[in-house]
Each structure stands twice: as C-alpha cells, then as structure tokens.
Design a binder for this molecule. Structure first.
Ligand SMILES: Nc1ncnc2c1ncn2[C@@H]1O[C@H](COP(=O)(O)OP(=O)(O)OP(=O)(O)O)[C@@H](O)[C@H]1O
Length: 249
C-alpha cells in the first residue's frame, strides 16, 4: 500500500517568551495541493511556516508531516556569496552525497529550465540581479525534487513577468510531480492563482485562522480575469475586510 503523504496541523499554539503569537491553528495539506496562508504583516505567518518546516520547535499542539522530503524558498534568495550559480543550486544535492559531476549536471539542467543562461553559471551572487538570484533560489529548492515546498513570500520582490514565469514553473511541478506547497503571502492575487485552499490569518488579539476559502477551478484555467474576479469577491468578504483592516475608519 502506498504511504499517504500529508502535513496535518492540529491545535497549534505558539509564543515567543510571554508574547502569544499563534493560537489553536488547524489545517491540512494534501499531496499535490497548495495551501496558502494570507494575512497582514506581523500576524505570525512566517512563524507558522517555520514551525511546519521544523525551523522552530513546536510547543503546543501537533504537526504531522509524512511528506518524503521538503525544501524551501524565501523572500530573499539567501545564496552563499562565495559559491557560483551552479554550486549554489547543487548545494542540497552535494549535502545528499550526490557526486559533484552528477550534481552539477542536474543543477545545469534545472538552471536552464529556470531561465538562467550558460554565461551565468560561473557568476557569483554579487553579480546577479535580484530576479536572477530568485531563479537560482527556486532552482536550488526544486532540484531536490521535494514532495513538499515551503515558500515564504518568494515572489514579493519580483517584476510581474518573472513572477508569472516562476508561478507557471511551479504549476508544472504540481501537475507533473504532484508537488505540494505551503505558501505564505500577503498578496491575495498570488494566493488565488496558485492555491487549492486559502487560510486567512488574523493577528488580533493572537494569530488565528478566521476563514478558509477553497478554489476548485483547475490552476490552468485561472487566467487574469478569473484572478481579478475572485480577488474582487474576496475583497468584499467581511472577514478579509476585517483581517486586513480595509474598512474606512
Ligand atoms: N525570534 C523572535 N523573537 C520574538 N518575537 C518574534 C520573533 N520572530 C517574530 N517575532 C514576533 O512574532 C510576530 C509574528 O511575526 P511573523 O514574522 O511570524 O509575522 P508575519 O505574519 O510573517 O509578518 P510579515 O508578513 O511581516 O513577515 C511579530 O510580532 C514578531 O515581532
């Protein structure tokens, strides 16, 4: 029997010292699906992602992660400045003891897929534009062929063309490899474009999920007008207005 891969969060609460950050969080991420967590700045989204990715230690509640492997991409690319493009991408492969030559071949293939040029391969991060660094960061995360990807606002500093290109590559990974994604953003349009479920995290008085929206329309059919329509619909939802404090005071 095939093992079920999923991430299940139950009754999670978390504090930094005496400051309560998250209270009673529950959700589930299934294989091949995207769950996004949206909410205003400071609501605890990054903290929740870090807990799910085991970058922080859980205090209260349960996180059951049965995905076979995971990787990450963040808002900043976080590349190693002393390594060139290919060595940065191959980092995780080398950590898994894959031979340098094989790791470099895999890294080169995925670099090309992510829109980097052969001329860029030997460059160091200081000589890359912000967009190129983010391409490297995505390539580094996906070269490992992870079952689940944790994303913390990876598109927020990108121009609209690159944003769309990277989103399409992710959609391809979801469709062909059943990649699962837990995704944090404060951009509703991005969330609508990619997600099966959007969880709205409200900061006050303590970070908690106030509402969940499911989107059944296949990702390939979510063109710009679908995304605009759905965004307009969400923006008129009282929970969204309340959570993002969009109402006039
Ligand atoms: N290491 C830490 N020690 C103490 N407090 C922290 C720490 N990291 C975050 N916080 C606090 O936890 C709260 C939630 O922060 P978090 O970064 O998770 O929010 P966020 O929703 O991701 O915000 P943003 O969208 O701005 O990144 C904030 O009040 C922040 O000041």
């Amino acid at each position: 029997m095939e093992k079920i891969e999923e991430l299940k969060v139950e009754n999670l609460s978390f504090s930094f010292g005496f400051k309560e950050i998250l209270k009673n969080i529950n959700f589930k991420l299934n294989k091949g699906e995207v769950v996004s967590i949206v909410g205003p700045s400071g609501g605890g989204k990054t903290t929740l992602l870090h807990l799910c990715a085991k970058l922080l230690t859980l205090e209260d509640g349960k996180i059951r992660n049965s995905f076979n492997s995971s990787s990450f991409a963040f808002q900043e690319a976080r590349l190693l400045p002393w390594k060139n493009v290919i060595d940065n991408i191959a980092l995780g492969l080398r950590a898994k003891n894959i031979k340098k030559e094989n790791a470099n071949d895999l890294a080169k293939n995925i670099a090309l897929k992510f829109g980097l040029q052969i001329d860029d391969f030997e460059k160091f991060p200081k000589d890359l534009s912000g967009g190129m660094k983010q391409r490297v960061s995505f390539a580094r995360a996906l070269v490992l062929n992870p079952s689940v990807l944790f994303l913390d606002e990876p598109f927020s500093a990108l121009d609209i063309g690159l944003k769309k290109e990277l989103q399409s590559l992710l959609i391809e990974e979801i469709n062909t490899n059943k990649l699962s994604i837990l995704f944090i953003t404060h951009d509703l349009m991005e969330a609508i474009k990619l997600s099966d479920e959007i969880l709205v995290l409200k900061a006050e008085p303590v970070g908690h999920i106030v509402k969940s929206f499911k989107i059944d329309t296949p990702r390939e059919k979510r063109d710009d007008s679908f995304v605009y329509e759905q965004t307009a619909k969400l923006l008129s939802d009282e929970y969204i207005i309340n959570t993002f404090e969009l109402g006039f005071k």
